[in-house]
Design a protein around this ligand. Structure first.
Ligand SMILES: [Zn+2]
Length: 186
């Protein structure tokens, strides 16, 4: 059987390699969750992968999913937050500016689609503004001082290879220790 050989250029390398239907959510201790995402996806790459990420996020009843969670070191995440922002939103190459809103960082219980059975109270600044490029290729900026600001911070952390147990409060140290004893080995 012959196989077509096509020249591969740098910018097209990912799109030629990826079958979106094969992407799945990866779980700890997959090392790709620890890799800082460095690749800013092209419009073509976004149109190929973002719909699949959105599909996986909904299948898992999640409110956010970052590209490293499907094994791609790309600076991109998707969100769908039912009450606050009920649309499938794509953030490409986001930057986040934190806003304490005059308060100390606030606790809120977080889980993660890549960390099974782990929920932790995480302290984060209450507000954040985010600028990014959307699925349509247009830049946009948003501000929130509630759940959305938290989701953006959580998903942005994935692009830096940072996970919620890195941010656990000392009081939850034993929970993290027990969880990692089980899951680090899997
Ligand atoms: Zn997560």
């Amino acid at each position: 059987m012959s196989r077509e050989i096509r020249p591969v250029c740098q910018t097209a390398s990912y799109t030629l390699r990826i079958d979106p239907s094969e992407l799945q959510i990866v779980s700890w201790p997959d090392p790709r969750l620890r890799t800082r995402a460095t690749h800013v996806p092209s419009a073509e790459e976004v149109s190929l992968v973002a719909p699949r990420m959105i599909e996986l996020m909904h299948e898992a009843s999640g409110i956010g999913l970052a590209a490293p969670q499907v094994g791609l070191p790309w600076r991109m995440f998707v969100t769908y937050v039912p009450d606050e922002d009920p649309i499938d939103r794509v953030f490409v190459n986001p930057s986040v500016r934190l806003d304490l809103c005059g308060l100390s960082p606030q606790p809120y219980e977080e889980g993660c689609l890549s960390l099974h059975d782990l929920r932790l109270d995480i302290l984060r600044p209450k507000g954040a503004s985010i600028s990014a490029t959307g699925a349509d290729g247009c830049p946009f900026e948003l501000y929130d001082a509630g759940l959305l600001a938290r989701v953006w911070q959580h998903e942005f952390d994935h692009l830096e290879g940072r996970l919620i147990f890195d941010l656990a409060q000392p009081v939850d140290g034993s929970i993290v220790k027990r969880w990692r004893k089980v899951y680090d080995a899997q």
